[in-house]
Write a protein that binds this ligand. Structure first.
Ligand code: 13P
Ligand code: SF4
Length: 352
């Protein structure tokens, strides 16, 4: 076991109490003490190194409830990354999020605690794919979901997150919009904005140019959210008739239609905060349900924990401590990609 300073020892007890109060109902005391020790060391190093820790809503409960200065969805954390004056940004999230932090605040050192923390959506499209779409649909503006790598953002006119996708598409005031790479998010946005969407195959089809469409999608999918089905919702409603179902808009359109509410991770959290009692089924990464249940013990969270994000789940307290101790893993976006990607992100931030 690591040797702790006197100051940190006192902090361990305080953090343990905090963890016990929030997570004591599902984690054994020895586990919580171990997590408290890690968290205390992280907090001490964070202060010593003038670091800010940003934690996505999907972080595991012991991390989520202890070390981040800010928690939130992709949009909120992008804003925090842009605004920080700390020298070091430790991004407890996946790689595209850490890249976004460096794009917006390039003078800071940005760390991600686990290098392989990727995202199936970000990996579903390349910059060359976007260039080909532009060649095939000349003059049509490109919206890139924030879940893309910097090279793809650099080819886009504007970015969006799940929290502002509808607002971004509407703000473009364009008859037709290319929206990449999440097919389901694009279909959900098309539904909400009353647009007809096509998702072209790689080889152009003659009717692509004659069909009346206002959105052109891509075939990327979130490997987590694509697994939720309407049958899951029906089963839950049969077993628990009063359950309120919340879905992330990366779920299939028929799942979103069968749910009671759809929104970004933070929008789902706000929905539950507005409804003080009740039973909620979250169709999203399971840790988020744990985090809400820990903060709001009077809400009942029904979770489907067989479906998890293997990327987000790689970021733990132990990795976060190592990141601070070893200054690893540095995420940087080189010029000219950074400046071009920044334009697309800043246009989004100007909208909301
Ligand atoms: P949010 O922006 O809604 O937090 O979503 C990020 C994400 O990766 C969802 O799977
Ligand atoms: Fe990517 Fe899906 Fe994981 Fe979010 S949940 S990081 S979209 S793979």
């Amino acid at each position: 076991m690591a040797v702790l300073s006197a100051v940190t020892s006192r902090s361990v007890a305080a953090i343990y109490e905090q963890l016990q109060a929030r997570l004591g109902w599902f984690a054994p005391a020895a586990e919580l003490w171990y997590q408290a020790e890690l968290a205390a060391q992280i907090l001490e190093l964070k202060a010593a190194r003038n670091a800010v820790i940003l934690g996505h809503n999907y972080m595991e409960p012991a991390l989520f409830h202890t070390v981040p200065d800010y928690v939130g969805d992709s949009l909120e954390l992008s804003r925090r990354a842009a605004a920080t004056t700390c020298e070091l940004i430790v991004f407890c999230g996946v790689r595209f999020m850490a890249e976004t932090a460096h794009i917006l605040n390039p003078d800071k050192t940005v760390l991600i605690p686990a290098l392989p923390a990727g995202c199936s959506l970000a990996e579903s499209i390349t910059a060359e794919d976007v260039r080909q779409l532009r060649a095939r649909y000349p003059g049509v503006p490109v919206v890139a979901y924030i879940n893309t790598y910097a090279e793809v953002k650099a080819e886009a006119d504007i970015c969006c997150t799940s929290g502002n996708a509808v607002a971004v598409v509407e703000a473009l005031r364009s008859d037709t919009v290319i929206f990449v790479p999440d097919e389901y998010l694009a279909r959900n946005v098309a539904q909400e904005t009353g647009r007809h969407i096509i998702v072209p195959t790689r080889r152009p089809r003659p009717h692509d140019t004659t069909v009346d469409y206002q959105m052109i999608g891509w075939h990327g999918r979130c490997e987590v959210h694509e697994r939720f089905s309407v049958a899951d919702i029906h089963q839950a409603r049969q077993a628990l008739p009063d359950v309120v179902v919340l879905a992330h808009p990366e779920c299939a359109p028929e799942v979103v239609a069968a749910a009671d509410f759809a929104g970004s991770t933070s929008a789902m959290l706000r929905f539950i905060e507005r409804h003080p009692t009740g039973r909620f089924l979250l169709l999203t990464e399971c840790a988020m349900g744990d985090n809400i249940a820990a903060a709001y013990p009077d809400r009942e969270l029904v979770r489907m924990c067989s479906i998890r994000c293997r990327h987000m789940n790689q970021i733990r307290l132990a990795d976060t401590l190592l990141a601070l101790q070893r200054t690893q893993y540095v995420v940087e976006v080189a010029e000219p990609v950074r400046s071009r990607a920044r334009q697309a992100i800043e246009r989004m931030l100007a909208i909301g």
